[in-house]
Design a protein around this ligand. Sequence first.
Ligand code: ADP
Ligand code: MG
Length: 318
Amino acid sequence: MADEFELIQTFFTTHGNREDVLLGVGDDAAILQPPPGRQLVMTLDTLISGVHFPEQTSPSDIAYKSIAVNLSDLAAVGARPEWLMLSLSLPDNNTEWLQAFSQSFMQTCERYGVQLIGGDTTRGELSVSVQATGSVEAGRAMRRDAARPGDAIVVTGPLGDAALALALLQRGEEAPASLLQRLNRPAPQVEFGQRAAEVCNCAIDISDGLLADLQHITDASECGAEIDLSAIPLSSAYRQCYQNNISVSNLTKALTGGDDYELCLCTSFEQLQRLTQIARSCGANCFTIGKITAESGIRCINENGQLVDIPVSGYKHF
Ligand code: ADP
Ligand code: MG
């Protein structure tokens, strides 16, 4: 492989052909036609080797996840994903690695109907940044500051699987395939996020752990929350790893682990049934795990109705 330009030409000249991409990869900047009557929604996430994925992660999983985590942010706002930009920092120009990475990247773009429209390529430690732009019907976006006391708190899927898989890998143990899948191939709630925005004003995606992310909602909305620990959805693989003994300490990964990429939504109890129907119609799940309170703070209640003290300690870089 000769140089950076050849690399871009070989691996990242996109095969997408959206009509709203007037100019894509190859010029100084991309030119896009914004969807009429909709607001643009933008997000960016960086994945760094050894921080956001284990060093042994395959290039195809890294490519997939770099897109999935961004689509999850768009889903949390209720946006439809449209275009991506990719900033790649690579230690070398390993053709085999790039081949697998770009193939998976393009496949994932196709799967979600988004188009790669540009990016940047540099040499350095392995790091992948994806910037995603989506769109939402004007005024319909779900926001962190829109929860109200009395709202039901809902999550879309089992929590803690990815964090448990990572912990097992870090201990040198084997992680069950279904947990590894949840770590390496998280499924962003793209369709449900968009449909949910029809009836729901408040959501966040769970990337840093349920309690830490819910706290972003309660802080922004100036309220609190009460969580029913026995209602936290867990996968059967998660339960089996703890011999089906789901004590409070065995809930830590589900409550504070992170990397779940499920949505946490807050909606009035009147709208809850509608939200559940919408979830069902797009193959998603809705588990009610608690409610928003006027009193600040997040209280976790066990199956005996007792308050349990769980420190909110989501992943923090600094
Ligand atoms: P410039 O020097 O004008 O910033 P670059 O050499 O960085 O341009 O990039 C040339 C073109 O290739 C631009 O259109 C840019 O968006 C695109 N590009 C660079 N790296 C990537 C990448 N990893 N994926 C997709 N497009 C890329
Ligand atoms: Mg550049």
